[in-house]
Ligand binder design. Structure first.
Ligand code: ADP
Ligand code: MG
Length: 705
């Protein structure tokens, strides 16, 4: 028997010719390995066989029986119908297929078949022999011919594969089963000691049982093994990414006099801010490149921590850069950094895509000459033409908008700049491991003193008139309000169920006559948005009706109401971010969630918002409800697509795999393959994932530097 080479094209598989290969390609399966790693998306437990006499109408059952006659073919309503009478020792039934005329060539009198399908009871008032008033009929059953070959459609746990219409489950099962038979034993990339420690079955057993489980127990073992391996390799690749950054000899900082900057703040740092700052100072002293994430809820004061770090980098003769995900946020940072740093004699440069060519040139010059010590901007900061005199610290804000690869791009800008990442999105700890496994993490858990909790209400649209009265009252007291809608224009909204920014702004202008109501959304020109934001910050606009563009960054302490329409349309993490826009001043604030949703899950989610202001708790719930794929887009983080692991469901295994990875001497694993037993393939696998982080998937780079 010829054995299969995993790298061969799918046409190397039995019964896969050019035509069928095209169908496999449509599933993204090009090589034998791809097919063997096309794990089932679900299973059907058909391991129990039934006697015909015991069949229950409505239930799906598997029956072993003999064809009592040759198939009958006839037509009704231009549909072909194939019928075969099947009997076993206990009774008889009929199998029926519509519009599958070729079935008649499959069935033959006296041949044995395994049939699986749903049975229905057909009443036959004038049955010819008068013996049975009704007949059991199995419609379009799956079938196997019982002729000594393996049964794949029943009598076992049967896999269900992701497929396209033209590639039937039956065909996929057959091709994969045959491929597994032809394949050599799958080599184990995990050393026996590790398998023993974490109770992992051998790889070969795992692959065979993930496709065709011999039992439920073996399936669970198989899945555990494959999930573990997948997560372990990802952890190792992240660890590699981390040490690749750390390998650079770090800029050596020696001056740590914080007094000038700390005394420039109009407040004392909170405990959480202090602790995060201590972590940073330890990193900067440590001789290795810092690669740290500061995670803190909205309003926890991450900016002050970042400014202090920037000040240290600048005091040590280097430049510091802040990269924000949006223009608006970049401008806010510019304002707050300048307020503190300018009086200390530090020059700032600002660089975003919207500047004029002349402004850009001037910014480039000042960055290259080193005249500007503090540089603030957007993605424009990582463009090729931007040269730095000596970049010592990079701060990226609102991390979840940047992928792992983009962080690498910035890191490659300097010789070996320190990297500080700030995120306001509270991320469940285990997910943070995966998303930021290459970063050290500091968490700011406390909020600056004097913050009032934001009261949150969840109401139906029947309350809208009352809400408008409530807003009017607040405006009369001098406060301001945010209103968030899920869509900009009614046209985006076929059934009219969603509130849109434009119409709602018009409606509120009437209802709140005497006050300035304006809309803000992504389709407006940059300068227009800028003006509107500024006017809102100055209290010249009183009500801002917007999409989620205000989610990130905007800081207006006088705004005390956050009204969110069709609140069920937003994820919990997003709602929490939006809520963080109020409660920033001395006045009591509230967040009103309007939704008429009937969905139990959605109502629970909105209820949770009213009960807790703990971003971490909410993010756990969000992850549970939506899965990590939807959780602000795991894909955007440059993580590999998982073949089998599910980050939420498999958190337990993730923890174990992470422990295993930490214990592993990874840098040596790829420098000296022998440190990773039997590791050439494992090393290649880690390398593949690692290249993915750098945006080198499919030979393309996401960012060219
Ligand atoms: P975020 O973590 O969301 O980026 P910011 O850094 O924007 O939070 O801080 C929110 C507000 O809190 C700002 O107005 C800032 O001046 C203020 N702030 C930050 N730290 C403190 C502190 N220790 N005490 C009082 N106010 C603070
Ligand atoms: Mg911030």
């Amino acid at each position: 028997m010829t054995t299969l080479n995993p790298n061969d094209p799918v046409t190397a598989l039995r019964s896969v010719g050019e035509a069928r290969a095209a169908l496999f390609h449509r599933l993204g399966l090009y090589t034998v390995r791809d097919v063997l790693e096309h794990y089932p998306r679900d299973y059907m437990d058909r391991s129990r066989l039934s006697q015909i006499a015991d069949l229950v109408p409505g239930a799906v059952s598997a029956v072993l029986g003999v064809a009592a006659s040759d198939p009958k073919v006839f037509f009704t309503n231009r549909r072909s119908v194939v019928k075969v009478k099947i009997q076993d020792g206990s009774g008889c039934m009929e199998a029926v297929w519509f519009n599958q005329p070729y079935i008649k060539n499959v069935f033959q009198k006296n041949q044995t078949y395994l049939l699986t399908g749903q049975v229905k009871e057909k009443f036959q008032p004038f049955d010819s022999d008068g013996s049975s008033p009704s007949l059991l009929e199995m419609q379009a059953p799956d079938y196997d011919i019982v002729n000594g070959q393996e049964l794949l459609s029943g009598g076992r746990i049967v896999p269900l594969y992701a497929s396209t219409g033209q590639l039937s489950q039956k065909m996929l099962r057959k091709v994969i089963f045959t491929a597994l038979q032809a394949a050599d034993a799958f080599p184990d990339l995990l050393p026996p000691s590790l398998r023993e420690r974490f109770a992992l079955c051998p790889k070969d057993q795992a692959v065979r049982n993930i496709h065709f489980p011999e039992s439920a127990e073996k399936f669970l073992l198989a899945r555990r093994r494959l999930v573990f391996e997948e997560l372990l390799f990802m952890a190792l690749a992240l660890k590699r990414a981390k040490s690749a950054v750390k390998q650079h000899s770090a800029l050596c900082f020696s001056r740590f006099d914080l007094d000038p900057v700390l005394s420039a703040f109009p407040f004392a740092l909170t405990c959480g801010q202090r602790e995060a700052l201590d972590d940073i100072l330890t990193d900067l002293r440590g001789g290795q490149v810092m690669n740290r994430l500061i995670q803190g809820d909205v309003g926890s004061g991450k900016t002050a921590v970042a400014m202090t770090a920037a000040y240290i980098a600048i005091a040590n003769g280097t430049q510091a850069a802040v990269m924000a995900p949006t223009e608006v946020l970049a401008r806010q940072h510019l304002a707050s950094f300048q307020t503190i740093l300018q009086p200390l004699g530090i020059e700032t440069a600002f660089l975003t895509g919207s500047l004029s060519a002349a402004e850009k040139r001037q910014a480039h010059d000042r960055i290259r000459s080193g005249e500007a010590r503090m540089i603030i901007g957007t993605h424009a900061l990582i463009q090729k033409k931007v040269e730095y005199a000596g970049l010592g610290l990079i701060i990226t804000d609102e991390q979840h908008r940047f992928g792992v690869d983009q962080r690498f791009s910035l890191a490659r800008k300097g010789h070996a700049p320190h990297v500080l990442v700030m995120t306001a999105t509270p991320i469940p700890r285990t997910l943070a491991l995966v998303l930021y496994g290459d970063l050290d993490v500091s968490v700011i858990r406390d909020l600056p003193p004097g913050r009032q909790p934001v009261q949150t209400y969840f109401v139906s649209s029947a309350y809208r008139a009352r809400i408008h009265t409530f807003i009017r009252k607040a405006l009369e007291e001098g406060r301001q309000a945010f209103v968030v809608c899920p869509v900009i224009e009614a046209s985006e909204n076929n059934d009219g169920a969603l509130r849109d920014v434009k119409q709602y702004a018009a409606e509120l202008s009437r209802v709140l006559a005497g006050f300035q109501v304006r809309c803000l959304h992504g389709k407006q020109a940059f300068l227009e948005k800028q003006d509107i934001m500024q006017a809102f910050a100055d209290n010249r606009i009183h009500v801002l009706v917007s999409t989620t563009v205000i989610e990130v960054g905007i800081h207006v302490p006088n705004a005390t109401i956050m009204l969110i329409e069709n609140a069920d349309r937003f994820g919990l993490a997003q709602l929490h971010q939006l809520r963080g826009r109020v409660g920033r001043g001395a006045e009591a604030s509230c967040c009103i969630l309007v939704s008429d949703t009937k969905s139990g899950v959605s109502r629970e989610k909105l209820q949770a918002m009213t009960q807790t202001s703990d971003g971490f708790a909410l993010s756990e719930l969000d992850l549970k409800a939506r899965g990590p794929g939807d959780f602000f887009g795991v894909r955007q983080h440059g993580l590999p697509d998982f073949k089998i692991a599910n980050l939420y469901q498999d958190m337990e295994i993730l923890r174990e795999a992470w422990d295993a990875a930490q214990a592993w001497d990874v840098p040596r694993a790829w420098d000296a393959p022998q440190a990773f037993p039997e590791s050439a393939d494992a090393s290649a696998e880690i390398d593949r994932i690692f290249r993915g982080f750098r945006g080198e998937k499919n030979g393309e780079k996401n960012i060219v530097l």
